[in-house]
Write a protein that binds this ligand. Structure first.
Ligand SMILES: [Zn+2]
Ligand SMILES: [Zn+2]
Length: 461
C-alpha cells in the first residue's frame, strides 16, 4: 500500500517540478561566470526499456506514460540496439537467426519492403517476450489499427515503432522531448560481470565489447564510442554499479576519470541480504570515494544521476534527474548535465541550488507537509584513501565470488545538518568538496535507497 501512496506523491512532485521556475545559476562545480538567461528545472529519465528489448510496453506507450506523468524528457535506452528504421526480426541474445526459417524465400517475401523491428509473438510469457495478451492490451488503449503484423508459417510478427516515428509523434516543444540512445549491455556467462553504459543522444549502436572485466568493459566501450560518435554531442553514463553483485567498484571509476556520470540511484536497487556486505560501499558512498580521489588529483567530478531503468511497473517513478536549462532542447539538456547543473532524486525536489565557489546554498521545493533535513556531506583533505577487501558471501545462483572494496567511513561524512527547508554550507580550508542531500525527518532510512530523497551534485572550491 505504501507503494501506491508513494506513487501518488511522486506524481504530485512531477507536476510541481514542471511548474517551478528558478533564477539563473551561478556556476557548476567550479565557479563560473553568471548566466544571464532565465533557466528552469526540467525533469527527465534517461534510462528505460520498451518491447525493443525487455520492457513490457510498446515504445509509444512508454513515451506516453512518461509524458503523462510530468516528465519533460526521456531517453529510451534499449539493450544493445537503437530503435532505427533498419529491418530486423531477431535479437542477438534472445531470438537467434535460424537459417531454415529466415533464409527462406518465403520469409523474405513476407517482409518485402519492411522497416523497423518485427518482434515474433511468443505463446509463453518469457523474458523479453511479446505475447498476444500484451498486444491485446495495447490495442485496447490505442485501437486495433495501432498494431501492424505480418505472418510467416506459424509465427506472427509485430512491428515496433522506430525512434524517428516516436519523436515525430511525441515531441512537444517546450513540454516533452525524446532523446535517442541505447544501453550498451554485456551479457556475461556464469562468472561474468553485468557492466552497462548508456549512450545518450546517439542514433546507432555498436557491438558490445566484452573483455570480461569491469574496467575493460567500461574503458573499451567508452573509447569505441569516442571513435564511432566522433564529433557528435552525446553523453555516456556508467549504470547501476551495484547490480546485481557489485559489478563494478569505486576503483574502476577512479581509474577512469573520463566517466563523469554514473547512476547514483537506479530504480532504488538494493543488494539482497545474501549479497549485502556492511563494510563495502553503497552507491552514495561510492560517489564520495571516487570524488574524494578526483578532487585530490584535480580530475573531473563524478556526477550522480537518478534513473528508473523501467522494464516493469514497479520500476517506475523511483529515480530521475532534474536538469536546469534555459530551453527544453537536446543541446541545452546535455550541456547542463555535462556541467553538473542537475540533481538526482527519488522523491524530493530542490527549489534552488546555488554555489558561488565557496558556499553551497540549497532550498527545498516543499510539496508535502513535514519536517525536512538537509545534510551537507563531504570529505576532508586528510582522509585515508586506503582500500581493504571483503569477500561477498558466495551462494550458488544468488551471488558470485567477489572481492568488495572497503574504504574508510571518513569518506563522505555529514559535515553539517540543517533542520528546515533552506540551508547553506561554506567550504572550510580542509574540505575537498561539499554536496547536499535532502530528506524528510523520520521518513527516511539512513541509507540512500529506500525513501524519498534528493541529492545535489558535489561542489569544490
Ligand atoms: Zn542495465
Ligand atoms: Zn537498463
Amino acid at each position: 500500500m505504501t507503494a501506491i501512496s508513494r506513487r501518488e506523491f511522486l506524481k504530485v512532485s512531477a507536476a510541481s517540478a514542471s511548474a517551478a521556475m528558478v533564477p539563473a545559476f551561478a556556476g557548476s562545480a567550479r565557479a563560473a561566470a553568471p548566466e544571464p538567461a532565465k533557466k528552469r528545472w526540467y525533469k527527465g529519465d534517461l534510462h528505460q526499456h520498451s518491447q525493443w528489448s525487455d520492457g513490457i510496453y510498446f515504445p509509444e506507450r512508454m513515451a506516453d506514460f512518461y509524458r503523462q506523468n510530468g516528465y519533460h524528457f526521456i531517453c529510451p535506452s534499449d539493450h544493445n540496439f537503437f530503435q532505427s528504421d533498419e529491418f530486423r526480426y531477431q535479437r542477438d541474445w534472445s531470438i537467434p537467426h535460424t537459417p531454415e526459417i529466415h533464409d527462406q524465400d518465403g520469409f523474405r517475401r513476407a517482409f518485402e519492403g519492411a522497416t523497423s523491428y518485427w518482434k515474433p509473438l511468443r505463446r509463453e510469457n518469457a523474458w523479453a517476450g511479446l505475447t498476444q495478451e500484451m498486444v491485446d492490451e495495447h490495442k485496447s488503449i490505442y485501437g486495433d489499427d495501432s498494431v501492424e503484423t505480418r505472418s510467416f508459417e506459424e509465427t506472427t510478427y509485430v512491428r515496433l515503432k522506430t525512434f524517428r516515428e516516436l519523436e515525430a509523434e511525441k515531441n512537444d516543444p517546450g513540454k516533452f522531448l525524446m532523446i535517442p540512445g541505447f544501453e550498451q549491455t554485456t551479457m556475461p556467462g556464469e562468472q561474468g560481470y553485468h557492466v552497462h553504459l548508456n549512450f545518450i543522444n546517439v542514433r546507432e549502436a555498436f557491438p558490445t565489447i566484452d573483455p570480461k572485466d569491469p574496467f575493460g568493459i567500461l574503458e573499451q566501450n567508452y573509447n569505441k564510442g569516442k571513435e564511432v560518435y566522433d564529433g557528435q554531442d552525446y553523453l555516456v553514463t556508467a549504470n547501476h554499479p551495484l547490480w546485481p553483485y557489485y559489478d563494478f567498484q569505486p576503483s574502476d571509476l577512479i581509474r577512469l576519470p573520463q566517466f563523469t556520470l554514473y547512476e547514483l540511484t537506479n530504480n532504488a536497487f538494493t543488494p539482497s541480504d545474501s549479497t549485502r556486505v556492511e563494510k563495502a560501499w553503497l552507491p552514495e558512498q561510492m560517489w564520495d570515494i571516487v570524488n574524494a580521489y578526483r578532487v585530490t588529483h584535480d580530475q573531473p567530478l563524478l556526477y550522480g544521476m537518478g534513473s528508473d531503468d523501467f522494464h516493469e511497473m514497479d520500476q517506475w517513478g523511483v529515480g530521475w534527474s532534474v536538469v536546469r536549462a534555459e530551453r527544453l532542447e537536446i543541446p541545452d539538456i546535455l550541456a547542463a548535465i555535462r556541467a553538473g547543473d542537475f540533481y538526482a532524486s527519488h522523491g524530493l525536489a530542490f527549489d534552488d541550488i546555488q554555489f558561488d565557489g565557496k558556499t553551497l546554498e540549497v532550498k527545498i521545493d516543499v510539496q508535502e507537509e513535514g519536517e525536512y533535513i538537509i545534510d551537507f556531506i563531504g570529505t576532508k583533505k586528510d582522509y585515508n584513501p586506503d582500500c581493504e577487501y571483503a569477500e561477498m558471501p558466495y551462494e550458488k545462483g544468488k551471488s558470485l565470488p567477489r572481492k568488495l572494496e572497503c574504504y574508510s567511513k571518513e569518506i563522505g561524512k555529514v559535515l553539517e545538518t540543517v533542520e528546515g527547508t533552506e540551508g547553506s554550507y561554506t567550504l572550510k580550508p580542509d574540505d575537498l568538496y561539499v554536496r547536499a542531500k535532502i530528506y524528510k525527518k523520520g521518513a527516511v532510512k539512513k541509507d540512500w535507497e529506500t525513501e524519498g530523497a534528493a541529492w545535489s551534485q558535489p561542489y569544490r572550491g
